[in-house]
Design a protein around this ligand. Structure first.
Ligand SMILES: Nc1ncnc2c1ncn2[C@@H]1O[C@H](COP(=O)(O)OP(=O)(O)OP(=O)(O)O)[C@@H](O)[C@H]1O
Length: 231
């Protein structure tokens, strides 16, 4: 489904060049829950931004279902972001003046799935809170709304940047459980960036980055239960 072939990303600041990704190769299949692990500055967010069509690689090929994303026009790239990709961020990015279900509805509307807003709120276990505003929800609840919002678009690719970074460990594990189920019960590939190496046990595939390079790629045949993770 997804192939990164010799992906390089160089940022230029004045005369200075930062090689954020160096000859990165990996593949991601649909229905897979992939974790990208690595220390700060190793290139995790850069890889996620390229996957999401927010940024373009300097060189190399990024194929999504055989389509070369790097060479798309801005208009086609915008279609890719809207129709194919869902995003979940560390700090939720909900619209404060809209209720939980309205936040989900806005995203669902974009892809003509507005009637799904209630179903997705229910899927993340928040039906009883759907008319609350973000300020009336806990961090974990807000993150569940943001996942419902992303899933209501029925994305083929769900990208999550440190989705548990602002949550306590027990709530964080519940969020990962929802994300893992989203990958297993649909055609969606879920890719999560995290610092927390413990989460590696929960993923089908673990891509470790170090200094812009792939240090290792592991595949877990059997996945750990949430209770086996020490947080
Ligand atoms: N827009 C940018 N302009 C210049 N340099 C950048 C830019 N974005 C990232 N970098 C640099 O690229 C390298 C990789 O950054 P990236 O944010 O991808 O790492 P990361 O692994 O996500 O780090 P963190 O865990 O701290 O978020 C770093 O050296 C960073 O300073």
């Amino acid at each position: 489904m997804i192939q990164f072939k010799n992906i390089n990303k160089i940022y230029k600041i004045g005369d200075q060049e930062v090689k954020a990704l160096k000859n990165v190769n990996f593949e991601i299949e649909k229905g897979e829950f992939t974790v990208i692990l690595g220390p700060s500055g190793s290139g995790k967010s850069t890889a996620l931004n390229i996957l999401g069509g927010i940024d373009k690689a300097t060189s190399g090929q990024f194929l999504f279902d055989e389509l070369e994303i790097n060479s798309l026009t801005e208009a086609k790239l915008s279609d890719y972001r809207r129709d194919i990709v869902g995003f979940v961020f560390q700090f939720y990015n909900l619209i404060p003046s809209l209720t939980a279900v309205e936040n989900v509805g806005i995203a669902a509307q974009l892809t003509g799935n507005q009637s799904l807003a209630n179903a997705y709120i229910e899927k993340v276990g928040l039906s009883h809170r759907k008319h609350n505003f973000p300020a009336q929800l806990s961090g974990g609840e807000m993150q569940r709304v943001s996942i419902a919002r992303a899933l209501a678009k029925k994305p083929k690719l769900l990208l999550c940047d440190e989705p548990t970074g602002a949550l306590d460990s027990v709530t964080g594990l519940k969020i990962i459980d929802i994300l893992r189920k989203a990958s297993e019960s649909s055609e969606t590939a879920v890719v999560m960036v995290t610092h927390n190496a413990e989460f590696a046990k929960l993923a089908h595939k673990v891509i470790r980055l170090h200094d812009g390079e792939v240090a290792s790629i592991e595949t877990n045949k059997t996945l750990a239960n949430l209770s086996e993770v020490i947080v």
